[in-house]
Design a protein around this ligand. Sequence first.
Ligand code: GRF
Length: 205
Amino acid sequence: MPRVAVLLSGRGSNFVALAEAVSAGRLPGEIALVLSNVADAPGLAHARRLGLETVAVPHAPLSRDDHEAAVLAALRRARIDWICLAGYMRLLSGGFVAAFPQRILNIHPSLLPSFPGLHPQRQALAAGVRISGCTVHLVDSGLDSGPIVWQRAVPVLDSDDEESLAARILAQEHVAYAEALGALLTRRWLLEGRRVRFLDAPEGG
Ligand code: GRF
């Protein structure tokens, strides 16, 4: 079973969705570590309650390089194969990304490449798009800029505000993250330039 680490900084609802997918047998991997740069992140507490291996690596007072080295050391100790960023509020350096080539995923609440960065739901409303959604992508050292793996669309309603749109997108994130990781773990795929191409038909399809 591939050993997956989830990195988070906050509430951790995407982590919980991944953990549920594993428990339900929908994801052929094991959450071998939940790591946070925020010692009192609710997601970390939840992981402890689930009996998972957790570690806090606070970023202060470390330099960015030293913090990344400490995170990498924890990942190596846990013999991690795949990393899922789930609300992890730190940019990864090129060196970190190179330590896990094509094995780091992130989830973002917009249809990338539209609306990277902070407040993507606010950006979507301000731009007047009728469809938004969420994206699971491979991580490079840019901001929400790596190759797209999976997307789920969510309509923007005339009645939406940032909060209501974010809530409907979040529900789709919880489905999309397990789908994306499951596809990468079970299907044949390759990276062609910036394009992730699955070479086989999906199971049952
Ligand atoms: C999610 O909206 C995710 O897309 C973004 O940060 C948020 C994290 O939420 N990267 P949670 O901590 O998983 O509940």
